[in-house]
Design a protein around this ligand. Structure first.
Ligand code: DGL
Length: 270
């Protein structure tokens, strides 16, 4: 089966990476809309227009199903896409439910768009999280991720400043409600301490893909380290596109390879 994954940029790779682990036998098309990143600071109409353009592209490329590997586009455009396209569309939502299974308050981090949408408010209400949930926009992390900056002092200062308004000791879980945030799991742990539960939607989303498309999940791939850019197409059966342009050059594919290897390291931080 050919499955399309899209995001405003490289955030969607965090979900695709889980698919490499759980659904290693499928074919993938990844579309990062880097001409328009960040979505999290755009209007709903703009996000819907970009999402519809990407769907047309993926359908033309023969996708049998599409994963909206972006919480922002999922909150704003999933319903519209489902009404207009006749193929399975799997959307994401911040992992509020597993976070609320912990004992104390939870902090939901995401883009400003995801945090302002009714969809999240309804989810928190439905899961009984009202009164136990704080919201924190972290749009700067999207920029750091796109620059492949996961460890600089500037990044750590940004996180420190953003979190300084909260008493971080009251939380038992932090929701990483933007797919770009998974690249920073180590920094979140460093900041909140090793006991903090980090909840993200990547694995759950891929499990839903498997369920919906009736594909058996695989536990075979224990560790995925990519040593050669040719593995991306040959072993991982993926075509990568940046805003419609196929990534075939060494530099871009090398970038994707490094990002997947970083995500493999972040899988051990939970
Ligand atoms: N990665 C996206 C998300 O999950 C959007 C980031 C952005 O473009 O602002 O929300």
């Amino acid at each position: 089966m050919k499955i399309g994954f899209f995001d405003s940029g490289i955030g969607g790779l965090t979900v695709l990476h889980e698919a490499y682990h759980l659904l290693p036998g499928e074919e993938y098309i990844f579309y990062g809309d880097t001409d328009h990143v960040p979505y999290g600071l755009k209007s709903n109409d703009e996000i819907k227009e970009y999402a519809a353009g990407i769907m047309d592209f993926l359908v033309n490329k023969g996708a049998d199903a599409v994963v909206i590997a972006c919480n922002t586009a999922s909150s704003v455009a999933a319903q519209m896409l489902r009404e207009n396209y006749d193929l399975p569309i799997i959307a994401m939502e911040p992992a509020v439910k597993p976070a609320l299974e912990t004992d104390e308050r939870i902090l939901v981090t995401a883009t400003p768009v995801t945090l302002r949408e009714e969809k999240l408010k309804n989810l928190i209400k439905r899961e009984g999280g009202e009164g136990r949930t704080d919201l924190l926009p972290l749009p700067g992390l999207v920029e750091f991720a796109e620059k492949e900056d996961f460890e600089s002092d500037e990044l750590k200062d940004y996180l420190k400043r953003a979190l300084s308004q909260y008493d971080t000791s009251v939380y038992s879980a932090v929701v990483l409600g933007c797919t770009h945030f998974n690249y920073f799991k180590d920094s979140f742990k460093e900041f909140f301490g090793p006991g903090m539960h980090l909840a993200d939607g990547a694995e759950g989303t891929v499990k839903r893909v498997a369920q919906l498309l009736k594909i058996e999940t695989d536990k075979g791939r224990q560790k995925l380290v990519i040593n050669d850019i040719s593995d991306l197409s040959e072993k991982l059966h993926t075509q990568y596109y940046l805003s419609g342009r196929e990534a075939v050059d060494e530099e871009t594919l090398g970038h994707f390879m490094r990002l997947h290897n970083r995500l493999e390291e972040m899988r051990n931080v939970s």
